[in-house]
Design a protein around this ligand. Structure first.
Ligand code: NAP
Length: 298
């Protein structure tokens, strides 16, 4: 199952959330170096292995290579740093977080003295070849992509020895990405839906941005089925055949979000929800003018 960790939680909150989630039955943890909390996730995993609730091999732990580590010479070191923070010997899945390389180094968001972003020109295909070596070395069981557009996924499919296991993308009723989901299915790449609840706590949300969990159609379907809007949105992702990684640090929500396995949406409800599509992205990173920006190439 799934739980993931956002980047803006208070100290201690993520360790507690991981422990609660594992106790509830979640087994899939979605992490990333960029969330700056992998040590907290690791502490939660360790506590639950130490108290006998789970064994390491019961978990499916994903992490992501950050944009400053795309150079092939940096990939293994970055993976090992993540493993150190998580206290693990291997990852189940390691993704390239974004198809955009930033200036090499340990500053997550490198800018020059004038505040301009600093980039690197490593093509994602070169990074992918270094990712494949991690699988050969046993540092991760599988590898995948995140936030790549169709052409960027195709470039990897054309050049790879190991096919991406998954493409992790923003996916919810306001951004249903039918073409992309279909393309992945045709190519044997699973799709992982991030921000399935509409990411209401993203730091850059604006007052007039849509609030998916408050959408009247979502609320109406939730009332009719005796479920919460969040449960309807999680079920929406699952009923499309996708993997879903909602985030919560609130114990009651972690529990409720897990209780989505015992009902299904009707085809009419699915169509109603798909009808909300506006190709709306909450996580567009439109302020990054990178030549390989997946959504706004310059
Ligand atoms: N690959 C990428 O570039 C990328 C980008 C964004 C996200 N992700 C991954 O996807 C995960 C989820 O995305 P996200 O955090 O952007 O958004 P999300 O899961 O759509 O929304 C999380 C927000 O919803 C709230 N929430 C959770 N369950 C709820 C419930 N039952 N009722 C009401 N509110 C609820 C959470 O609050 P509380 O926590 O306060 O309970 C939090 O504010 C991330 O943690 C990350 O692992 C990946």
């Amino acid at each position: 199952m799934f739980l993931s960790n956002g980047s803006i939680s208070k100290p201690g909150e993520v360790t507690a959330a991981v422990k609660t989630a594992i106790d509830c039955g979640y087994r899939h943890l979605d992490c990333a170096r960029a969330y700056q909390n992998e040590d907290e996730v690791g502490a939660g995993i360790k506590a639950k292995v130490d108290d006998g609730t789970i064994k390491r091999e019961d978990l499916f732990v994903t992490s992501k290579l950050w944009c400053t580590h795309h150079h092939p010479d940096d990939v293994e070191r970055a993976c090992k740093q993540t493993l150190d923070s998580l206290g693990l010997e291997y990852l189940d899945l390691f993704l390239i977080h974004w198809p955009m390389a930033y200036k090499r180094g340990d500053v997550l968001f490198p800018k020059d003295a004038d505040g301009n972003w600093q980039f690197d020109d490593t093509p994602q295909v070169e990074t992918w070849k270094a990712m494949e070596k991690l699988v050969e070395k046993g540092l991760c069981k599988d590898i995948g992509l995140s936030n790549s557009n169709k052409k960027q996924v195709q470039d990897i499919l054309d050049a790879c020895k190991i096919k991406p296991a998954t493409l992790q993308i923003e996916l919810h009723p306001l951004l249903i990405q039918e073409d992309m989901v279909q393309f992945c299915k045709e190519n044997g790449v699973t799709v992982t839906a991030y921000s399935p609840l509409g990411s209401p706590d993203r730091p850059w949300i604006k007052d007039d941005d849509p609030r998916l969990m408050e959408d009247p159609t979502v609320v109406e379907i939730a009332k009719k089925k005796g479920k919460s809007p969040a449960q309807i949105l999680i079920r929406f992702a699952l009923d499309r055949g996708n993997i879903c990684i909602p985030k919560s640090v609130t114990p009651s929500r972690i529990q409720a979000n897990f209780e989505t396995l015992n009902f299904k949406l009707t085809s009419q409800e699915m169509e109603q929800l798909k009808g909300l599509n506006k190709d709306y992205r909450g996580c567009a990173l439109e302020w990054i003018a990178h030549p390989h920006h997946p959504f706004f190439p310059i």
